[in-house]
Design a protein around this ligand. Structure first.
Ligand SMILES: C[S@@+](CC[C@H](N)C(=O)[O-])C[C@H]1O[C@@H](n2cnc3c(N)ncnc32)[C@H](O)[C@@H]1O
Length: 502
């Protein structure tokens, strides 16, 4: 029996109390009922890579995709039997099923009126099919880890984006990884736009209650679903805060379904996404971002696997290509490459022994995970790690098809001053190892000025064909796609009449 069928069967047990009228899935055949279910899925993706994600959806699910005005989001329609495949997409961070979209929501004049409308909205939304999808989806989600009770005073936190200016309000989440992981992930998780995020329904409704009392109630009444509402708001012209919207909409959702509000240990997360006058109400299908799939040993600037996928996809790897990340850090890019493009050979190098060690540990953890999942000895991944200096690579001239790397920005890693020497040296050595005529490089950097200067001196070796603007933890960065020109590399020693050591 497939996962979907199995999950569909579980619908027999569902009795989601939708006000007084339960969804009577117990009375009809759930399989036949859900077989034809069509829903719209929303996905958050790394900003700048919306088109790449849309291409992946089209290729793997055969669905056309709508790219939202709200940067970093895409929407696509699926039938229920594609739900498992949706979780296998490599470019999406978080998934949700759309309950309803309002493209041009008319906000009333006063805050009181707007909030009253949000309250009224809860009872008018078409919840039934999205909730069926949510139920089926529970079998695909990772095992739930009980979240720490959060101090309500800390539930909204100002996050420094690395430049010292604070741009984002975000709810505090507990990460299942180590403390240093959460620091690292904060750096990469700030949204692209100035956005307010509040998950306050739990604060208001449950924070005063004693946890023991809650637990005993949970045991006594296991049928009642626990939920929270998260409001993401972006836009200048709103007369209400995300906090107020989450509170009032959440209160109405609670009255409507008779669910129990719980900010930390919830079953259902209702999303209220507001971007200017566009509103999307959804139900979350992922508990934590899918970008954490590969990495167990984090470094100071670990890249999201979803962004790594987007970068790799931009250079269209072909079978047998040699793909190198010469500044691999924890190995996020080559590990993603080895799992998704296993017919290519991936090399991960870094000059920092700690980074090389982390990359090796990540590969080893992933192999163990694959072995456990498949119940047999894994044949390994087509990837190797090595300690090296990018300015002096132990690789033959013209032997590499693709270079994909995330260069030191000069903020958390290296320094802007050092980049003035490093970037030209990098580009020169990359042009030596990269195959003339067909080789390409995908390079991510925030130090655009230094990069532009370094590239300007190498126009005979590299041609810039495309730039994707991305937001990395609030930093405005660029991903450059360079093509290696057909001009042969001439080593400086050869120019002087000497012999090239390679
Ligand atoms: C921005 S980080 C890469 C992060 C990586 N993408 C990850 O997911 O962890 C840049 C990396 O470049 C490495 N690096 C700096 N100078 C280098 C050099 N001369 N040769 C090789 N690696 C270097 C640093 O050690 C660092 O790990």
């Amino acid at each position: 029996m497939s996962d979907v069928q199995e999950a569909s069967n579980q619908l027999l047990d569902v009795n989601l109390c939708e006000n007084q009228m339960s969804i009577q899935v117990t009375e009809s055949d759930p399989r036949s009922e859900s077989e034809h279910l069509q829903v719209t899925i929303g996905a958050t993706v790394p900003t700048g890579f919306e088109q790449t994600a849309a291409d992946e959806v089209r290729e793997k699910l055969g669905s056309s995709c709508k790219i939202s005005k709200d940067r970093g989001k895409i929407y696509f329609d699926i039938s229920v039997d594609s739900l498992a495949q949706v979780h296998c997409l490599r470019s999406v961070d978080n998934l949700f099923v759309v309950v309803q979209e309002f493209k041009d929501y008319q906000f009333k004049e006063t805050k009181e009126e707007v909030l009253k409308d949000f309250e009224d909205l809860a009872g008018k939304l078409p919840w039934s099919d999205p909730l069926k999808i949510w139920k089926i989806n529970t079998s695909f989600k990772k095992k739930k880890t009980k979240r720490r009770k959060i101090n309500p005073n800390l539930s909204k936190q100002k996050i420094d984006n690395g430049r010292g200016d604070t741009t984002v309000e975000k709810d505090v989440k507990e990460f299942t990884n180590s403390v240093s992981d959460s620091q690292t992930l904060d750096y990469y998780e700030n949204p692209a736009v100035k956005e307010e995020v509040s998950t306050l329904i739990g604060d208001d409704l449950t924070s005063c209650k004693d946890e023991t009392e809650e637990n005993s109630k949970e045991e006594a009444d296991p049928e009642v679903l626990k939920f929270r509402v998260t409001c993401n708001r972006a836009g200048e012209k709103h007369c209400f805060s995300s906090n107020e919207a989450a509170r009032d909409f959440g209160g109405a959702v609670q009255d409507y379904f008779k669910w129990k509000a719980d900010m930390t240990n919830f079953d259902v997360e209702v999303l209220l996404n507001i971007h200017d006058n566009e509103i999307v109400v959804g139900i979350a299908l992922t508990e934590e971002s899918l970008h954490r799939r590969n990495i167990t040993h984090f470094g100071p600037t670990t890249l999201r696997s979803t962004l790594a996928y987007g970068m790799l996809r931009l250079c269209a790897p072909q079978p047998t290509d040699i793909i190198v990340d010469p500044m691999c850090g924890t190995g996020a890019i080559p590990i993603e490459g080895a799992t998704e493009w296993s017919n290519c050979y991936h090399i991960a190098g870094d000059n920092n022994p700690l980074a090389v060690n982390r990359a090796a540990n990540n590969i080893s953890s992933l192999l163990t995970k694959i072995q456990v999942k498949e119940g047999k000895l894994s044949l390994g991944l087509p990837i190797d790690t090595i300690q090296w200096d990018i300015c002096n690579l132990p690789l033959r001239t013209g032997s590499v098809d693709i270079i994909v790397t995330d260069m030191p920005f000069g903020k958390r890693m290296g320094s802007k001053k050092r980049n003035w020497n490093l970037y030209p040296a990098c580009l020169r050595e990359m042009s030596r190892v990269c195959r003339p005529g067909t080789g390409r490089a995908i390079l991510l950097t925030q130090d655009k000025k230094c990069f532009a200067k370094a590239l300007s001196g190498m126009g005979h070796l590299w041609r810039k064909v495309h730039t994707v603007w991305v937001n990395i933890g609030g930093l405005h960065a660029a991903v450059y796609l360079l093509k290696r020109t057909s001009q042969s590399f001439v080593h400086p020693s050869e120019q002087d009449g000497g012999r090239c050591p390679w």
